[in-house]
Design a binder for this molecule. Structure first.
Ligand code: PLP
Length: 376
């Protein structure tokens, strides 16, 4: 099995279009100067349109966690209070990142599989008026719960507390109007819904967030993972090199290729494509007797999380799909290991080819195991 033959239907990384791979294979470009800046500026303009924002856009190198670490460590200084509201693995990681920076992390927790409760956040913000920032995950990818973001943003706004959003698994995949909803710092990655290369982290930053960072200048952490450093260089080294370090130019070119494909198709059509993929897969899984972990009210079309049929071994099922069908799906993380499986509907996983193949693989497995397979 070579990597080319494995179809990724996990919630990330995701398979990308050939145009993206071809763009990445072009000769290495210098990451500065006039010819480069045309590529860079077009990439940022397209990102801003997809984010629905006029805020500043930064393009970090690193995993999504680096962007979240930069956001937390820039908006709050050592000893400052921040509120992390979480209901699963990725939200809990933001609390860990905050503590690693010496922040006083307050938490509002919901059990994995349940949405975060906006009223609990309101109570916490009312009780502790010196909270400097609130951080939340939009789609908790470990379970598939889509948190009630708009309500939470409104509450953060009432208290004037800047909001850091982990939109790593949603931005570009479902509507998320950053300015329309008032999100101060919005972090995503190149290789989830944007279906570009791994290793790029687009971040939008509002004026309110910059103002707060200005006040924290002395207390904020680090140099590279400090949003202020990026802002300083955007001004100081504009227009030839408006960032502090080397950029992975091949990856940026790859991301631009993907953004062009998305915008050619139209962002609304792109959202609809994920919706169709999810409904198609969930519809057939339900017919086959699977129960979804998430009611539709708290689900997104980007990932399906389902429980195994009674008596079915999730890890054996995943191994079978990988070995016999060359399809990789996700399992449960940590406490949910063996209890659920996760199917991504982003990147190439949303294609008719992948989703049909996946369902054929599921049916073949169920037949092999002696389960009843009703006609589809
Ligand atoms: C994928 C993902 C991350 C980022 O993980 P990295 O490995 O740091 O890139 C963060 N949050 C969510 C919700 C994710 O789905």
């Amino acid at each position: 099995m070579t990597p080319q033959h494995i179809k990724l239907m996990i919630p990330g990384p995701v398979g990308v279009e050939d145009e993206v791979l071809a763009a990445m294979a072009e000769p290495v470009r210098a990451h500065y100067g006039p010819a480069w800046m045309e590529i860079y500026d077009e990439t940022l303009e397209r990102l801003k349109r997809i984010f629905g924002t006029q805020n500043d856009m930064l393009l970090f190198t690193g995993p999504g966690s680096a962007g979240l670490e930069a956001a937390l460590g820039s908006l709050a200084g050592r000893g400052d209070k921040v509120l992390v509201a979480y209901n699963g693995f990725f939200g809990e990681r933001m609390a860990t990142i905050g503590r690693s920076h010496g922040l006083e992390v307050r938490t509002v927790e919901a059990p994995p599989g349940q949405p975060v409760d906006p009223e609990a956040i309101r109570k916490r913000l009312a009780a502790e008026r010196d909270i400097q920032a609130i951080a939340i995950v939009h789609l908790e990818t470990s379970t598939g719960v889509l948190n009630p973001l708009q309500e939470i943003v409104a509450i953060a706004g009432e208290f004037g507390v800047p909001l850091i959003l982990d939109a790593v698994s949603t931005l570009g995949g479902i509507p998320l109007p950053v300015d329309g909803w008032g999100i101060d710092v919005c972090v995503t990655v190149g290789n989830k819904c944007l279906a570009g290369p791994i290793g790029l982290v687009p971040i939008s930053v509002s004026q309110r967030a910059w103002d707060q960072m200005e006040r924290k200048r002395e207390g904020a952490h680090g140099w590279y993972l400090n949003l202020r450093t990026w802002r300083d260089y955007a001004i100081k080294w504009s227009p030839w090199h408006p960032y502090p370090t080397t950029l992975p130019s091949n990856n940026v070119v790859g991301l631009l290729a993907s953004l062009r494909l998305i915008e050619e198709q139209g962002i609304e059509a792109y959202y609809a494509h994920h919706e169709q993929a999810a409904q198609f897969v969930r519809g057939r899984l339900r017919q086959l007797g699977f129960e979804m972990l998430m009611p539709e009210a708290h689900a997104s079309p980007l990932i399906t999380t389902a429980r195994p049929l009674p008596g079915m071994d999730v890890e054996d099922f995943r191994r079978y799909l990988l070995e016999e069908w060359q399809i990789m799906i996700g399992g449960g993380l940590e406490g949910l290991r063996g209890k659920i499986f996760r199917v991504g509907h982003i990147g190439k996983a949303a294609s008719a080819e992948y989703r049909e193949l996946f369902l054929n693989g599921v049916e073949a497995y169920l037949k092999l195991q002696g389960f009843d397979v009703p006609a589809g």
